[in-house]
Design a protein around this ligand. Structure first.
Ligand code: PPS
Length: 569
């Protein structure tokens, strides 16, 4: 039986006095601006959430975690927690040096004493940690396309915690939670990890799980980074607060966890267990497909549905926390109550609404029954997800130079302006390069930077309810995907591949650029001396050969209509 342990656990913060001194010294050190994920990792390193880690993994620990799920000294640790940096920064640093770790506003949060600097084998890390080197896995995509190429490792001295302006009272360090449990006399605490809004079925299952092991319940949602496309944490926390009131008083509490999830399935489940143990819990609910990443590029699941439960059970003693099985709950109409799916009385009518169906009903403004969710939760979700025809969206054209992107984009803009229901902004390739990216050339690095800028502006427009039309070449799949994820956090991303062939573009050669490119007078010219990766599954593919512009723009309008983004006229 797991014993409650509410004694404080070690943190990596130095005393206030030392923090003041270190901060002054750190101002002259080389400094690294933490990425959003590193910021989450650092917070949990410093506050003991990642105990027994003492910093970002060094090379020996990293290689051992990748290969054996253990630190070099044999301690169970399933997930690489690494400080990835750019080549340029890595070149300016040598092992033995200290560096200041700063938040996005430049505040120094910690000092890293660099003990190791190395270039990891990312394909190996992906295979071993996530089960496949397949970019359809969000963490593998992150590893190859977002994380820097070099890792720095070493111990961390914590100066101050990252500042959060939102839901302050709902955030707790492991030691704050331990103290709360101690004060309340909660000897057994079962944690519920979640990245989704809670509905009635979740409330039932968590309450049952706690009753089963005679424990109190901690709703412990992740508010750091979750799966791209998830409901934002502001909305979710408002939903959780509404659900919290539905539990019997004094049985349940909630705390927000600033974890950056990796969607690593089995290994992630073990990691979640260790983190909850560090937060003073004695049990954790693990369900089917815990922290699952979705489908791989062949359309199959990355992990078996019970792999996470199996790996967790295998290491339960070392994790130091017991697993509670997650029961799939369904609503039995005749009884007007929830039952575990395997205990449904014979012959009764079972009701369930899938996540996809829920999203459809929200999108189309359809009824969401009271047996499924709480009115307060549905209200919050409706507020955040008004019917699509009232949300912002982005139409992202991609294709070769001279394929007709700008012409179709212009025609589309005019048609949307004619409808007049939302402001429309056109971010055309040439125009962007004049106003936003005038200093950039056409290397891969510069093209990526250009597309990221376009993506950023388009995501802001989408967030604020407008329509952004982008029309760059955008030749790289991974970069288009990053932009898609940026935008889908706020509204729809409609990728339109203008699939005019290189031969036709070259035949038209409206700007005379192909001729210059063939003559070697323009270097790195897309389709001639530089790659163009065709989108595999765009929302729409249009071919401009023998088709007039008006028709192409109309095809886009039909797609927007079928997605519910514009009203039918
Ligand atoms: S990218 O790759 O998305 O950043 O390119 P983009 O910003 O759309 O810019 C493409 C326009 O720049 C002109 N141009 C070139 N294109 C491709 N490769 C090279 N080397 C190059 N040099 C200049 C070209 O006119 C492109 O305009 P469009 O409208 O696509 O024809």
């Amino acid at each position: 039986m797991t014993q409650p342990n509410h004694a404080p656990i070690p943190e990596l913060y130095v005393s206030q006095e030392s923090a003041r001194k270190l901060k002054l010294e750190a101002a002259s050190l080389p400094s690294w601006d933490l990425t959003p994920r590193q910021l989450c990792d650092l917070e949990l390193l410093m506050n003991g959430g990642f105990f027994p880690l003492k910093g970002f993994l060094d090379r020996a620990d990293h290689e051992s975690v990748v290969e054996n799920m253990r630190l070099a000294d044999g301690t169970l640790w399933p997930m690489p927690v690494t400080l990835d940096v750019s080549t340029a920064f890595a070149e300016s640093i040598e092992p033995g040096q200290d560096i200041a770790l700063r938040d996005p506003e430049g505040v120094i949060l910690a000092i890293l004493s660099v003990s190791d600097k190395w270039t990891p084998d990312k394909a190996r890390e992906a295979e071993s940690v996530f089960g496949a080197d397949d970019p359809a896995h969000p963490a593998v995509h992150y590893l190859h396309n977002i994380a820097g190429p070099v890792y720095l490792g070493g111990p961390v001295m914590g100066i101050q915690a990252p500042v959060h302006y939102d839901f302050k009272a709902r955030r707790d360090t492991p030691n704050e939670l331990r103290a709360r449990f101690r004060k309340l006399g909660w000897r057994k605490v079962v944690a519920f990890q979640t990245r989704n809004p809670l509905h009635r079925a979740h409330q039932e299952l968590t309450f049952r799980a706690a009753r089963e092991v005679q424990a109190n319940l901690l709703i412990h949602p992740v508010v750091g980074m979750t799966k791209p496309g998830d409901v934002d944490h502001f909305t979710r926390v408002r939903c959780y607060e509404a659900v919290l009131d539905k539990y019997p008083a004094a049985t349940t509490t909630m705390s927000l966890l600033n974890l950056a999830m990796r969607m690593g399935g089995p290994r992630e489940a073990v990691w979640h267990g260790i983190i909850r143990r560090n937060h003073g819990c004695t049990h954790m609910i693990v369900g089917r497909d815990h922290a699952g990443p979705g489908k791989n590029s062949q359309g199959a699941d990355f992990y078996g549905p019970y792999d996470a439960q199996a790996l967790f059970t295998q290491h339960q003693d070392e994790i130091g926390l017991e697993m509670v099985d997650f029961k799939h709950m369904v609503y039995v109409q005749e009884k007007a109550q929830y039952y575990p799916a395997n205990e449904v009385p014979e012959g009764s009518t079972v009701l369930d609404i899938s996540g996809t169906e829920l999203r459809r009903r929200l999108r189309e403004g359809l009824d969401i029954p009271e047996w499924f969710s709480f009115p307060e939760v549905v209200g919050e979700l409706r507020r955040r997800f008004p019917p699509r025809a009232h949300q912002g969206f982005t139409v992202f054209f991609t294709g070769l130079s001279g394929s007709g992107k700008s012409t179709i984009a212009n025609a589309l803009m005019i048609k949307l302006m004619e409808m007049g229901d939302r402001p429309v902004t056109l971010l055309d390739g040439d125009v962007v390069r004049k106003h936003l990216s005038s200093e950039l050339g056409f290397s891969k690095e510069h093209r990526d930077l250009n597309i990221m800028r376009i993506g950023y502006v388009a995501s802001e427009i989408t967030k604020n309810g407008g329509i952004a039309i982008c029309a760059p070449i955008a030749p790289y799949t991974a970069t288009r995907r990053i932009v898609r994820e940026m935008i889908e956090a706020y509204g729809a991303f409609v990728e339109v591949h203008v699939a005019t062939s290189i031969e036709e573009c070259e035949r038209r050669d409206r700007k005379g650029l192909y001729k210059l490119a063939r003559a070697g007078k323009i270097k790195e010219f897309t389709g001639v001396s530089d790659p163009y990766e065709e989108p595999k599954a765009p929302e729409l593919r249009v071919d401009t050969e023998n088709v007039d512009v008006d028709h192409c723009a109309h095809q886009v309008l039909l797609t927007l209509e079928s997605m519910g983004l514009i009203g039918t006229r």
